[in-house]
Design a protein around this ligand. Structure first.
Ligand SMILES: CC(=O)N[C@H]1[C@@H](OP(=O)(O)OP(=O)(O)OC[C@H]2O[C@@H](n3ccc(=O)[nH]c3=O)[C@H](O)[C@@H]2O)O[C@H](CO)[C@@H](O)[C@@H]1O
Length: 556
């Protein structure tokens, strides 16, 4: 059995170091401490005839060698306790190993694995930047309000203000690009969804529709429908690949959910899941927070972690290999999201944009959506948590909100632009700071749930690349057709499962009416069209537009 007094703890690579190790030490018996679960590990077990453990499954990734050394896999690097110690010392974080002597073999290997993913220089810089950002956070220095200006109207396309012919032209362009396999969608699904409060990824949520469909299923079916429309119009068999960015918290359950549901009819090779990085939470003293004796408090690096994850996981190469030129990036929780929307894609392509954002008219000044605007002449989103209430309430000459372009986290990027961002600008992306209550272990190893904020979490935002664009465009869409986010649990006034469900049902009701449908009651008597299910923002003008859009989609 594993001795807790380990003499050596090392980390090896399955591909080369593993074999080297076998030759050097001529170790006859190798046993896994956990059930292999990735293809890579299963393959290694077969190739190297590693003895798998009895039914005991550990969360650690370790190999037990018969002379009481614990080795474990980690992407080709070798890490010993000494190396980990040196690494942490360089970064001023030696306290991470303070409980080392108390850890079991499994616990220590898990901690080493975590440390092996942190580069000392980056860690040092991360902790320094976190403390600096936190001190700026509480002062007014970093505020951009005084330098904000609205997006000039000529840079905003609008469903509301465009005639049927123009919408059709954009829709046709979008479908043409889709039919030529040049368009993919990318879902940002690495967030922890803390506000909704469910222990599984948000995309698996069922808002209580009569069909019982989850957000993931609705999205998968949407992809299929757009492919079908393009195929019908152009007589082709096109594919819209679906990239899904997850994090350590969401990858496993998301993969399983898709497998269990047979990818909702999509071809698994066209659903590409990858993981964004996690970064440590930092205390106000610049020290990494330990959430367990052997576990650093880690969180995803924000949805702007996308750009690093695209490189880490070779997604841009995958796009190039598939001949993809345009990417529609969106967030997981908007039940009305129109993925690969031909009108939006066509609009952006037609304008020669390398970067674009869908927006809706903000419903009220304090609505929790970012606003698309310009700061010192560059396009930017100022997040709802970073704008001052006085600025959000500013009004133009006609009484309309000055900063009304509400970001709905629907972005268009060309592959060329993403490549440029990844190569040149990723490291310049702004770090946003959130001061949070982060549970931690105290010096005696007791778990403490803080009553006031004690930790700094740093995040990058997906829209912070707008400033690097050569041609940015915004596209205003109808809220009632395209935006109903699921953020909070039922009981909250807005953005709940109930509001999401109602929005989708109301949309389908309008579509049925627009298509000439009638609704019958239980006695088969026609029910007069009900306008009371309209969402508050609906107007007679937008009702007209549903009809126009329905016609455009039908004719595409
Ligand atoms: C930073 C950002 O985009 N903010 C937008 C986001 O705010 P909001 O605060 O709602 O952002 P969320 O935290 O829900 O994240 C948006 C999306 O990013 C994903 N995610 C988040 C964190 C992470 O590390 N990895 C990751 O993939 C989430 O899973 C989600 O799909 O949506 C609102 C509309 O609903 C917009 O008005 C906000 O401007």
């Amino acid at each position: 059995m594993v001795s807790s007094q380990m003499t050596r703890v090392n980390q090896i690579c399955l591909d080369s170091s593993f074999l080297l190790f076998r030759q050097l030490y001529a170790t006859p018996v190798i046993r896994l401490l956990y059930q292999p679960h990735t293809d890579h590990e299963l393959q290694a077990v077969k190739t190297h005839r590693i003895r798998t453990p009895p039914k005991r499954v550990d969360s650690t990734r370790g190999l037990l060698l018969d002379h009481e050394c614990v080795y474990f896999f980690q992407k080709g690097k070798i890490m010993s306790f000494e190396a980990a110690k040196a690494r942490l010392e360089t970064a001023g974080q030696s306290h991470v190993l303070q409980f080392w002597s108390e850890l079991s073999a499994e616990e220590s290997s898990a901690l080493l694995e975590e440390i092996s993913q942190l580069k000392p220089e980056e860690l040092l810089e991360h902790c320094r930047a976190a403390v600096e950002a936190a001190s700026r956070h509480s002062s007014a220095d970093g505020r951009l309000d005084a330098r904000m200006e609205p997006v000039p109207p000529e840079f905003i396309g609008s469903v509301r203000k465009s005639d049927e012919e123009r919408l059709k032209m954009w829709g046709d362009e979008g479908l043409l690009q889709i039919s030529q396999d040049r368009v993919a969608v990318l879902l940002l699904a690495g967030g922890q969804g803390t506000r909704l409060g469910v222990p599984y990824p948000k995309g698996m949520y069922n808002v209580g529709l009569p069909s019982g469909k989850t957000l993931y299923q609705i999205q998968a079916e949407h992809i299929q429908k757009v492919q079908e429309l393009a195929n019908l119009k152009h007589g082709c068999r096109c594919t819209i690949p679906w990239y899904i960015m997850t994090s350590e918290f969401t990858l496993g359950p998301t993969e399983k959910f898709f497998r269990d549901n047979e990818y909702f009819g999509l071809c698994p090779s066209n659903v590409v899941m990858f993981e964004q990085r996690l970064i440590p939470a930092v205390g106000f003293d610049g020290k990494i927070i330990l959430e367990k004796k052997n576990k650093i408090a880690m969180a995803p690096d924000g949805n702007g972690g996308l750009y690093r994850a695209l490189v880490d996981n070779k997604i841009l190469e995958d796009m190039e290999r598939r001949g993809l030129e345009y990417l529609h990036v969106y967030c997981v929780d908007n039940i009305l999201v129109k993925m690969a929307d031909p009108v939006f894609i066509g609009f952006c392509v037609n304008k020669g944009a390398d970067c674009g954002a869908k927006v809706v008219d903000k419903a009220y000044p304090s609505e929790p959506v970012g606003v698309v605007c310009r700061v010192d002449g560059l396009y930017q989103v100022i997040e709802y948590s970073e704008i001052q209430p006085e600025t959000a309430e500013l009004r133009g000459p006609g009484g309309e909100l000055l900063f009304s372009a509400g970001n709905i986290c629907n972005h268009f990027f060309t592959r060329g632009f993403l490549k440029e961002v990844a190569e040149k600008f990723e490291s310049q992306l702004k770090q946003h700071v959130a001061i949070k209550k982060v549970p931690f272990v105290d010096g005696e190893g007791n778990l403490v749930k803080p009553t006031k904020p004690n930790g700094i979490k740093m995040e990058k935002f997906v829209f912070d690349v707008f400033q690097f664009s050569n041609k940015f465009v915004a596209f205003e869409v109808l809220r009632e057709e395209e935006f109903s986010p699921l953020k909070n649990a039922d009981g909250a006034p807005l953005d709940t499962p109930t509001t999401a469900r109602r929005s989708l049902l109301a949309q389908h009701y309008r579509w049925a009416l627009a298509a000439g449908g009638n609704f019958l009651d239980e006695q088969d008597k026609p029910i007069p069209p009900k306008h009371r299910i309209k969402t508050p923002q609906q107007s007679a003008k937008s009702l007209h537009l549903y009809h126009t859009l329905a016609r455009v989609w039908k004719s595409c």
